[in-house]
Design a protein around this ligand. Sequence first.
Ligand code: GAL
Length: 741
Amino acid sequence: MNGRKIMNMNTGWLYSASDNTGAHLPEFDDSRFERVGIPHANTVIGAHKGEDFQKYIERYRFVSWYRRHFSLPAECCGKRIIIGFEGVATVAEVYVNGKPAGSHKGAYTGFEFDITDRVSFDGDNVVAVRVDSTKHPDIPPEGGDVDYCLFGGIVRNVTLTAVSPVYISDVFLTAPGLGPQGGKVRSAVSVRNTTGETKVLSVETAIFDKNGAEAARTVSGEASVKDGGSVTFDTDEIKNPRLWSVDDPYLYTAEVSLLENGEKIDTVETKIGLRWFEFTDTGFYLNGEKLKIRGVNRHEQWPWQGRAIPDKLQARDADMVKGTGFNAVRCSHYPQSPAFLSRCDEIGLIVFEEAPGWQHVGDSEWQEIYKTNIEEMILRDRNHPSVFTWGVRVNESWDNRELYTATTALAKALDPTRPTHGVRRNENYDSTEMIEDIFCANYIYPEVPRLRPFISSEHSWEHWTDGCGLPWATDAQAAEFTKSFADVVDYYYSNDNCLGGFAWSMFDYDNEVNYTRTGHVFYSGMYDIFRHDKPVSHFYRSQTESAEKPELYIASYWTESSPADVEVYGGCDEVELFVNGVSVGRIKPNLYMNVPHPAFKFKNVKFEAGTLTAVGYIGGRERVRTERKTPGPAAGLSAVPDYGTLTADGSDMTSVTVELLDENGTRLPYAADLVSIEIEGPADFIGENPIALEGGRAAFLIRSRFGQTGTVACTVSAAGVRSGRCEIAVNEYNDETSVPC
Ligand code: GAL
């Protein structure tokens, strides 16, 4: 083997939901452990809301053990072996063949240990992880109430990497001085040299475009490198680079290699995006162009599984954010999964990232962990072009000059290329001092902010307790909910003193504190907890600048109780509305006039059951049309999976949406029927059975079983209507990089 080999260690784990004595020892009898795949939730939360949910959230607070037997492929011989965990909630103690390898505190940042001295290269090995998911007031974000759940388990990927005894331990690629005509890529490369001897090494950085054509290849001079040494050098000029932007998120591939006597002994590959940006008092500029930040806050959380979901669903969330018309996402309130961030790089989302924390700052030990988490976040993510700023203040905490001066300095030392930001609660607005570069505050919309550059880090008019955000909200409530976001978007588009904002929030989410008294679900999302759309998401969609076919959405279910004023969201110059084929008018936009695509409000439209049709015009020509039909009596259920095929790796999963429809296929938007679910075939059901529809819809998850292929049939039924059915194919799992058991 030349260079490094990164192996997948997600399969073949054994799990026990108790704090077994001696489980770290190789000879421990784990025959009663359950076979699981990673990412793994220490317990499946049995309900997604209400009192039952309350019972379950207390149940994820326990200690569990994970064990993985493994042997090393012959090619690993003579290499260093490193085990890497992307995220364990909350405290991990790792043992290899009975010997401690290291421990880690914090549910949201990854860690790795060099386990070379503890493994056998020609025999059986076992790694055992004690996972403590109990309450940890000593570790951020805990110590006070937290308005979300941490969940438990090995919730993100595990890898095993084999590298040469002298290897690259870190690469940081920047492009200082980059401009439209070109620039050089600076490589700062840290080296781990485990040989005990000083080595004479050089480093090569090669940059390739998407077609594999070389954009630059430069070798540093030779240097004597001890353990922990580093080499920094610039590549040759890359002329006329294709820049990374939200509309064209172009990525180059960088290959950074360590050379000894001219021979490559280790290579690290990473994607990079070339872009420059600036936050000024009156604007955010990306590659010199002014851009309003139209963002949303995202929690990493799913019903039943908590945070333990495969990469493809993490990436899907990023796609949904982008697809809803946002150009930015705030990772509230912790570093999110690497798969989510990589997808943000690929699709062009601006990321505001922040260290774990929520309103509470603990004692000095707590603060040390907070700083360590900041360091881990920046070291992990500083090559992502999508990441634009580091959040180094605990979300909505009060001022703390000493701590935030230190965290700001830490961020600057680790990454001089990015600004820092800190999110204030609105009660702190009048007294807070500026320590970071960007001033962020939640739920406050000043004409001229006290401090600038200013960004509204959370916004909406807080309709969280009055039902407006419910998935079964009436048309009038939903319009009020949309207004609560659209008014703020309108504010920041009309005011250069505000660089933009982040809506609260992308998805409804489970929370422990339940301060809204809404059954432990916070109904603040553009989408419900199952990721089904609410009308407000279409207001944002209609703001997309470059849509081939503009969004056109009639924000009415057109029932007898629908308000007489009908709102239409669309990226059009004019809209004409028809009731059962008869025009009620063709109008220009008249609502939220400062946003890129203002909305349309048709007044006093007389209800008549049937079809509402909206026709959108651009430049006088019809560009798009859409319909909305009054729902008739319930006729049947549908079951539609997000993914029709799964891989039999034991952790791949898909959500299946259930809807109650009338004869025309129109959803019954207020149906709350109880639906029973039957699954046949080689996969696990995760969800509630029966489940009550919310706004005529619900969902469940299907997870593959390791090594079991075939067809999974899902049948959903409810009293008095036709059943629905879908099939999901589970294909063979075949990952050559998987570590043998
Ligand atoms: C903010 C907080 C968010 C969320 C939101 C809704 O104060 O930063 O995490 O709790 O309120 O209540």
